[in-house]
Design a protein around this ligand. Structure first.
Ligand SMILES: NC(=O)c1ccc[n+]([C@@H]2O[C@H](COP(=O)([O-])OP(=O)(O)OC[C@H]3O[C@@H](n4cnc5c(N)ncnc54)[C@H](OP(=O)(O)O)[C@@H]3O)[C@@H](O)[C@H]2O)c1
Length: 332
């Protein structure tokens, strides 16, 4: 495993981190979830990402149990707040009330006294940014979180929050956006602003939820046990990637991966890590073999000719519009 600084902070994170959205507490049984966390630890992953909302709060509990007994100082545990965690009108968003309640719930479920990074899972247009940042400051100053991050925030929102964080003397060090060969909306605005401010990207769905592994074939039913067959939640999230045009182009990447001596999942993860503003690629996994495959992308250098060849294949189906970095206009 290789390690990078989280933005311009002193915190080192594993280049590849492990995330448990869709899988833990939902798609996979606890035994498989624990085996994936074990595989992550065995292969040198030290950074784990979850959120209060995943599997209706169950994902944090599963991760907490799976990491129990590990040396806490050897781990970087990230969670998030914003999406609904209960039926009440205040069980969501970035109000002071919800942030304070949510961090306590997350720490209880994760069985830890602090998280390394606490992230705003989207921008909340119904709460003054000052209120949100002051609540985050109290959380940092009380030792419940060491660093603050955001997720899917626009460049202008990151800039405003960063200025407030400096006034409040708390480290806003990261953004968590979607980023892959097929989804490059952060490149035009979010990345230049983040580079200037010292904010690092912890990118999600680097494999486009499994699509860039090449296992979904155009015109064929999805493979058994894959996310596209998970009717509980995964199938709905991955659906937009499963067009024949996307899947046909992904198949054309296979010879490029082979020439580079990489598997398709490794090529996808290595691709996001070529961007120096990316601090870590968060991969998901439904089984331990996937973790063993994916971690080999750490430290891989892709040459310019290969990057150009990838661009030529995927460009017609790649999204680049910075306006696609969005948060709900109203609280969900
Ligand atoms: N901030 C946000 O709003 C946000 C949103 C989404 C995700 N995230 C974070 O990002 C993490 C990763 O997202 P993701 O799960 O969509 O990432 P991903 O790495 O793009 O997709 C992971 C899925 O692809 C399949 N896969 C992984 N490795 C494979 C391999 N070697 N061969 C074949 N298939 C493979 C597995 O699904 P199957 O085996 O089931 O097919 C796995 O669960 C999440 O857990 C979460 O922590 C954050």
């Amino acid at each position: 495993m290789e390690f990078r600084h989280l933005g311009r902070s002193g915190l080192l994170v594993s280049e590849i981190s492990y995330g448990n959205w869709i899988t833990h507490g939902s798609q996979v049984e606890e035994e498989a979830a624990t085996a994936c966390v074990r595989a992550a630890l065995d292969t040198g992953i030290t950074t784990f990402d979850t959120a209060d909302v995943y599997a209706g709060t169950k994902a944090e509990e599963v991760l907490g149990r799976a990491l129990k007994g590990e040396r806490r100082e050897g781990l970087e545990i990230f969670t998030k707040v914003y999406w609904p965690t209960g039926p009440g009108r205040n069980d969501r968003g970035l109000s002071r009330k919800h942030i304070m309640e949510s961090i306590n719930g997350s720490l209880r479920r994760l069985q830890t006294d602090y998280v390394d990074l606490y992230q705003a899972h989207r921008y909340d247009y119904s709460t003054p940014l000052e209120e949100t940042m002051e609540a985050f400051a109290d959380i940092v100053h009380s030792g419940k979180a060491h660093y603050i991050g955001v997720s899917e925030w626009k460049a202008s929102q990151i800039r405003q929050a960063h200025a407030l964080a400096r006034e409040l003397r708390i480290p806003l060090v990261s953004n968590q956006p979607q980023y892959s060969m097929l989804w490059r909306v952060i490149e035009a605005e979010v990345i230049p602003t983040s580079e200037e401010l010292g904010v690092g990207q912890i990118v999600w769905s680097p494999m486009a939820q499994g699509v860039l592994s090449g296992k979904y074939l155009p015109g064929q039913p999805p493979p058994a046990g894959s996310r596209a067959t998970d009717e509980k939640s995964g199938a709905g999230f991955i659906a937009s990637w499963l067009s024949d045009d996307v899947l046909t182009r992904v198949q054309r990447l296979k010879p490029l991966a082979e020439q580079a001596g990489l598997t398709m999942p490794q090529l996808a993860v290595a691709w996001v890590l070529q961007n120096p503003n990316v601090s870590s690629a968060i991969v998901g996994a439904s089984r331990p073999e996937q973790v063993h495959d994916n971690v080999k992308a750490a430290g891989v250098k892709l040459d310019a000719d290969l990057l150009k060849a990838i661009d030529e294949i995927v460009e017609p189906v790649t999204e680049r519009d910075p306006a696609k970095t969005e948060s709900p206009a109203q609280r969900p």
